[in-house]
Design a protein around this ligand. Sequence first.
Ligand SMILES: [Zn+2]
Length: 299
Amino acid sequence: VLCLSAPLVHAEAQFGDIGGKVLRKGNIDAAEKLVRSAALTDAQIEKLTAESIAYMDSQNRVAPDGDPYAERLKRLVKGHETEDGLQLNFKVYLVRDVNAFAAPDGSIRVMAGLMQLMTDDELRSIIGHEIGHVKLKHIKKQYQKAYAVSASRDAAQANTGQASVLAEGELGKFTEEVLNAKFSRTDESNADEYGFKFMLKHGYEYHAMEVAFLKLAGDGTTKTLWDTHPDPDERAKHAEQWAATEDSKRQAAAPAPAAVPASATAADEADEAEKDTEPKAEPSPEPAQDAPAGDSTED
Ligand SMILES: [Zn+2]
């Protein structure tokens, strides 16, 4: 589930009492569960997803409507509630973690710490990456794996059995497992590529992805979050290459510059600049604004 980093669970503020409150009662059903884990049905995965997301939403401070982080996220994912055949829902957790994750049902959660670090388009590139994990069914696979792990633990620990997919009290453990699960390098780079195409598809600033990865790679405080993950420098390099390819495509497709007299262009730009005097506000959830890239979208 996690892609930016595995150790979301490390954040004790969020999951401080995971494990500590796990209830163990009822009969042992571990062997049966172990068998079941091999073939978790779609319906079971759906149920597990709903339960684990509800659990995480209850364990973390979700930014309410009107909160600057919530409003900013709403604004920057506007129109993406349905995307590529998926139903998505977005929430901010008011935690310092520099992270984001998705669940198989299209729930996407963004940590306030990540929002502080990134511009809108950088965040969109990360969100596009998360959507990729959903669309390409990487997360569904993680749920399967995490379930198998929690089931085999049960076999050793003699845990509880209930009618639901997970026994009562096991949800925290399962959720921790799923959050700690790592994507393969291949899944990560496929999700990166999906995210990049997401940026192109919607006309966002596609150079933002390489910047986002560089930010995650370059900062001493966030580096540890990436320790268990495919090298963000390498991912930044890929994003840079994709962007360069797109740049040359667009340059090749651009009309000959002679078509527009230089003086007319300058005058148009001056007009545009005069019109563009919208007031700026909301400093807190926004990162320092990057200087706009010279070669932004052309359509
Ligand atoms: Zn990922």
